[in-house]
Design a protein around this ligand. Sequence first.
Ligand code: SAH
Length: 231
Amino acid sequence: MEKQNLQLLRDALAAWDIPASDAQLNALVGFYELVTDANSRFNLTAISDERDFVIKHILDSASAAPLIGQGARLIDIGAGAGFPGLPLAVLREDISVTALDSTAKKMSFLSASASALGVKNLTTVAGRAEEQSSLFCKFDVATARAVASLNILLELASPLLKTDGKFIAYKSDASELPLAQNALATLKMRHVSTTSLDIFGNSRALLTFEKLAPTPHGYPRRYGSIKKSPL
Ligand code: SAH
């Protein structure tokens, strides 16, 4: 990675008070190389420019790091190539990250990458979020970026969380909130906060929700119903 892009990464993390050792920065740069290399074989990201990758993938993923509690068990729903799960695992060695995606080849790539980079606090699961009953009620935090509309995401995330667990939705703004009121009421969740950031010209809103009570019986539904009649 070019010096100025590494410096950009280092400075932006420092400005957000996210500590990053040289080893952690090396892992993030290494991940850039692995994604770029694999991208020529199968489509992982539309972003190939190095500076764009630092801003739109690494820093964007990292932006929620300060919102995650110490030692949290976190699940990244629809992690794809590993965003935001991998950067969060690298920068927060105290948490454990489960990256979940329905596309098995993406999870193979991510799990091989985590091993190659020496990232020990990330594991992968290939499958659909709404079908992972063995993972229900196991997580303190769930994240999702670029996966589905907010009302759909709430139905995917709520079952995976412990009561009092938090769901952090990476959205560009808060405009989906009004449409998610029914999903929140039905699933017994509430909107806690919105953190709005401008990451080098890209707007990011981190919408945080809390699970107030166990997910009501009958949820999550099968994906067909979730999509056809979202809450
Ligand atoms: N979060 C990544 C990938 C976004 S693409 C990023 O921001 O770069 C959306 C991903 O969500 C795809 O890889 C798709 O396979 C996955 N996905 C969509 N619905 C899902 C579901 N119900 N369960 C698990 N993964 C899902």
